[in-house]
Design a protein around this ligand. Structure first.
Ligand code: GDP
Length: 480
């Protein structure tokens, strides 16, 4: 009998990516769905600081509550939506307007609290969860930590302004994460609103709306006049149905930290998005390297909750400290267990920081190892150049280098310095950054060091071509 990488990760409350990395260090190239034999699984378990207990010769039991969900356990869950778009195109206004559509909002005791995410109940009883931090920065920061919480991105484009630089960035980020986009064409109340121009402009960024024969839904709205919101919600529900979003509510809870802070009166407060299972008051949870017993649980209207099921955001009290946004959380069966896991994670974090300086080439080495092992079929690159012409030329050059076995994907080809946002996007997508006649900011350089993101600097186009070609062929030696 065997255990898949995903299942093993679930049982250890770790991310599958970390398990794959641990395997790679042991010289085993594995994918997320790959099955491991009990011996290999036990080695991985020890590597993560757990004691493996074999229930039978073939089974590995970690003493965590996690278990695989079978199809029949799965029930529909509400979609989780993030709103992105250019500054001033109406992201905040749209979040406010959508929030006001909540039929549960008027109920007794319901006073809006900003907890980082909110859920609306529609007149027909269906629910939609919105991440309350607009923009792609938070989205990408979470993804850089390996978290994927967003099912659908709403791309807001002002009908009087059209596609702007941050619109394009948002498209890149959503595409890099493989999250479907719904376009909300906002400010339709304005006299100079021109939705057709928006649709036309989106074409050159590979967003083809339904009217133009594509698959992306577009909905004209006015956040200000609260027009078109029903259609937007309908589009979200339709997309959710296509995605067939499901989770098992009848298991111990797992999910992601959306935000957290230290409250003077209440101590550490964290907003958790439950992604599988149901979180109960009194549960013992581990979130990143913090843990605690859920002392109280509040929803986005400040109401006390006893339970929170899949896609439900809740604010919890009782943690030992404030975990970082994007960290996974999991419910465990005892305080001793929670301490064991968090102590282990702290130890590992210290080791990681100590090793960060030498390990900065990690991403590239790992990418090469995977390409050589035939595991990785894609080289992702992010291009920053001094002028638009160079960025475009590089993109064309690099894309041409793909060969039958290895795809080349350009996440971004833009003008300007290499920023922290670029590092996070690269980290989240395992990409190499190419700087053409530009440098990285000091903060970006430091972040790249810490996160092991590879930045390569060039000033001659054919040298870029050579380098990426070697990468595609899996032969390049890491640059010192
Ligand atoms: P954000 O930066 O994307 O979050 O944009 P905001 O929601 O802060 O909106 C920017 C400005 O556009 C504000 O002055 C809003 O009042 C205005 N605005 C937002 N939505 C609409 C709309 O549907 N119609 C009009 N006329 N103005 C809007």
């Amino acid at each position: 009998d065997q255990i898949t990488v995903q299942e093993l990760a679930n049982r250890m409350a770790a991310r599958a990516g970390e398990v794959i990395k641990a395997l790679m260090k042991m010289g085993v190239m594995a994918t997320i769905t790959q099955s491991l034999d009990a011996d290999t699984a036990e080695l991985v378990v020890q590597e993560f600081g757990h004691r493996a207990r074999r229930v039978s010769e073939s089974d590995v039991e970690m003493g965590l509550e996690g278990h695989a969900d079978v199809d029949t356990d799965l029930l529909p869950r509400p979609p989780v939506v993030t709103i992105m778009g250019h500054v001033d195109h109406g992201k905040t206004s749209l979040l406010d307007a959508l929030r006001a559509t909540d039929v549960a909002a008027g109920e007794a005791g319901g006073i809006t609290q900003h907890i980082g995410a909110y859920q609306v109940t529609l007149p027909n009883g269906q629910k939609v969860t919105f991440i309350d931090t607009p923009g792609h920065e938070a989205f990408t920061a979470m993804r850089a930590r390996g978290a994927s919480v967003t099912d659908i991105v709403i791309l807001v484009v002002a009908a009087d302004d059209g596609v702007m630089p941050q619109t394009i960035e948002a498209i890149r980020h959503a595409k890099a994460a493989n999250v479907p986009i719904i376009v909300a064409i906002n400010k339709m109340d304005k006299p100079d609103a021109n939705p057709d121009r928006v649709r036309q402009e989106l074409l050159s960024h590979e967003i083809v709306v339904e009217d133009m024969g594509g698959e992306t839904q577009d909905v004209p709205v006015s956040a200000l006049k609260k027009q078109g919101l029903d259609n937007l919600v309908e589009a979200i529900l339709l997309q959710a149905e296509i995605l067939d979003l499901k989770a098992n509510p009848n298991r111990t809870a797992e999910g992601t930290v959306i935000e957290s802070r230290l409250d003077r009166g209440r101590g550490p407060v964290g907003t958790m998005l439950v992604q599988r299972g149901t979180l109960h008051q009194g549960d013992i949870i581990v979130a990143g390297s913090e843990w605690g017993k859920v002392r109280a649980m509040l929803d986005d209207k400040g109401r006390q909750m006893n339970d929170a099921g899949p896609s439900m955001p809740v604010e919890i009290l009782g943690l030992s400290g404030a975990p970082s946004a994007g960290e996974p959380f999991v419910v465990v069966d005892s305080e001793g267990r929670a301490r064991e896991i968090t102590e282990f994670r702290e130890r590992r974090q210290r080791e990681k920081l100590a090793g960060a300086a030498v390990g900065a080439r990690g991403t590239l080495d790992q990418m090469l190892a995977r390409i050589q092992a035939g595991e990785q079929k894609e080289v992702a690159v992010l291009i920053k150049a001094d002028v638009q012409g160079s960025a475009e030329a590089l993109q064309v050059t690099v894309l041409k280098l793909a060969h039958e076995e290895v795809k080349v994907r350009v996440l971004l080809a833009a003008v300007g310095q290499i920023t922290e946002s670029d590092i996070q996007l690269a980290k989240a997508s395992d990409a190499v950054i190419i700087g053409f006649n530009v440098r990285a900011t000091t903060q970006a350089r430091e972040l790249a060091q810490r996160e092991g993101v590879d930045i390569r600097y060039f000033s001659i186009i054919y040298e870029v071509a050579d380098d990426v070609e070697k990468l595609v062929k899996g032969k390049v030696a890491p640059k010192a």
